[in-house]
Design a protein around this ligand. Structure first.
Ligand SMILES: Nc1ncnc2c1ncn2[C@@H]1O[C@H](COP(=O)(O)OP(=O)(O)O)[C@@H](O)[C@H]1O
Length: 190
């Protein structure tokens, strides 16, 4: 089966089952606030927070090390195969800074977090990013690369752009997503 970009992976041969709990993808440039949002959301909804970067390391799903960006490169197929079963059953909040390689059928909602340049710069600097890695991540946000990726990989109606720069916005976003989850349950009675 194809994902949003036409690539394939062998896990998609597994027959689909009807999810009783939705799957949510939270994506965006590093530093936009994905982990902060996901941690809170997982606590409130009791859904499972899947930090893809950590899962990839823990399960040996890394192919090589990118010296320019100083980060590991994912073995996407191995990772997708490993996650297939857990995603089929639903109840997951997937947290990753890219979104085009996940199978489209996995997600019921895709939240793309956005941040302004000044805030993102400070956050990434504080994290120790510098040089090309810092510049490219800032450019990625300015040119809304992840938002465009999400829009071209998932159905328009399930992609939501949100901003999480302050505590107040964080709470607004949590409320908004919790309402979306409630509505999903109403629309998908068991
Ligand atoms: N809504 C928010 N209000 C204030 N600070 C935030 C908010 N969201 C994230 N941060 C801060 O921004 C930094 C990056 O957030 P993080 O959740 O780690 O981003 P990501 O997971 O997208 O890389 C952290 O220091 C975090 O405390």
């Amino acid at each position: 089966m194809e994902n949003g970009h036409g690539s394939t992976n062998c896990a998609s041969a597994v027959p689909e089952i009807k999810r009783e709990v939705p799957n949510i993808l939270v994506t965006g440039t590093p530093g936009v606030g994905k982990s902060t949002l996901c941690a809170k959301l997982a606590e409130i909804t009791e859904m499972r927070w899947l930090e893809i970067s950590k899962i990839a390391i823990e399960n040996g799903c890394l192919e090589e090390y990118d010296e320019v960006y100083k980060c590991p490169v994912l073995d996407e197929d191995k990772l997708m195969d490993g996650l297939e079963e857990i995603m089929r059953h639903g109840g997951n909040i997937v947290d990753y800074h890219s979104c085009e390689f996940f199978p489209e059928r996995w997600f019921d909602a895709v939240y793309v977090l956005r941040a302004d340049t000044a805030t993102l710069y400070d956050r990434l600097k504080a994290r120790g990013y510098e040089g090309k890695k810092l510049e490219d991540n800032i450019d990625c946000e300015i040119f809304q690369v992840i938002l465009e990726e999400a829009k071209s990989s998932y159905k328009e109606g399930i992609v939501f752009e949100i901003t999480s720069l302050t505590e107040a916005q964080l709470h607004e976003n949590i409320e908004k997503i919790c309402l979306w989850v409630q509505k999903w349950f109403q629309d998908h009675p068991t």
